[in-house]
Ligand binder design. Structure first.
Ligand code: NAP
Length: 262
């Protein structure tokens, strides 16, 4: 069997790390990207123990040169990419009126422009062979706005618009796009969530701590991508809010207004 070349961003922590381990096996070569080199190397070591070949590339989605170096390394060393899964992301915990425009832009840069920059650069390799699969980690905040997450929700909505369009532009190339909408998953994401001045809030949200286990989330993400699902909602009862917003908006707003945002 040919080795599959799988690119995963955000592989140093949380969902990205769990997804790398879910894909790991002797027929996979994993190209893992994120900021934290030591944690990336830890993920790579665990994936190698499951039989994968790995390559780690430290990069910062806020830095155009480093993002370019990430895609150049892939373009120069591989002739195909079978899977590109965008997981890197950062959250927010601040009212819109307290969030500086600099922070709004930083969140868009990491969550939205980062993913589209990598995708545009790697499209030629995704077209090779039978066509590659792209997984995009949006959020249920990509389906409805929520207090303290104005820029975060905006970035996650933006991903949906871009990748739904890309899916229709490239179906003849056999490229599939799976939009992933996690709810609350038990990861450290709330620790690094930015306040209005761009500092990490450093707090673990109770909702996060009691969320779906990250391994379960990663298994569901992989299944959705491999089955060419267009959309996948992954989480607990919070997913109901997506359906309430669409079909029972009055109920959605009643619940959302009563929720103590964190
Ligand atoms: N956890 C949830 O409940 C939840 C719900 C919905 C959607 N999501 C989405 O799932 C994705 C993964 O989140 P997670 O929960 O696994 O959080 P996490 O554990 O904090 O992981 C975030 C990942 O993004 C990477 N990252 C952050 N800033 C980056 C930058 N400037 N350049 C490159 N990589 C960067 C981090 O790298 P370093 O650690 O190396 O900095 C880390 O690998 C995010 O897109 C998030 O929005 C999560």
């Amino acid at each position: 069997m040919n080795r599959q070349i799988i690119v995963i961003t955000g592989a140093s922590s949380g969902i990205g790390k769990a997804l790398a381990l879910t894909y790991a096996g002797k027929n996979t070569e994993l190209i893992l990207g994120a900021l934290n080199k030591d944690e990336l190397n830890n993920t790579a070591r665990e994936c190698e123990q499951k039989g994968s070949t790995t390559r780690t590339i430290e990069f910062d989605l806020c830095d155009a040169d480093s993002t370019q170096a990430f895609t150049d390394t892939i373009m120069n060393n591989y002739t195909t990419v079978d899977r590109l899964v965008h997981v890197s992301g950062i959250s927010q915990r601040a009212l819109a009126e307290d969030t500086s425009l600099e922070v709004d832009r930083r969140i868009m840069e990491i969550n939205y422009f980062g993913a589209i920059t990598l995708t545009k650069a790697l499209l030629p390799l995704l077209k090779v062979g039978n066509g590659g699969k792209i997984g995009v980690t949006s959020s249920i905040s990509g389906k409805f706005g929520f207090p303290l997450r104005s820029a975060y929700a905006a970035s996650k909505f933006a991903l949906v618009g871009f990748f739904e369009s890309l899916r229709l532009e490239h179906f003849r190339d056999n490229i599939t796009v799976t939009l992933l909408f996690p709810g609350r998953i038990n990861t450290p994401i709330s620790l690094s969530a930015l306040n209005g001045q761009g500092k990490s809030q450093g707090l673990m949200d109770p909702g996060q701590a009691t969320g779906m286990p990250v391994k379960t989330c990663a298994a569901k993400m992989k299944k959705a991508i491999e089955k060419n699902k267009k959309d996948a909602y992954i989480g607990g009862k919070e997913i109901l809010m997506v359906y309430f917003k669409k079909y029972l908006p009055a109920l959605f707003y009643r619940i959302a207004k009563k929720t103590n945002p964190r």
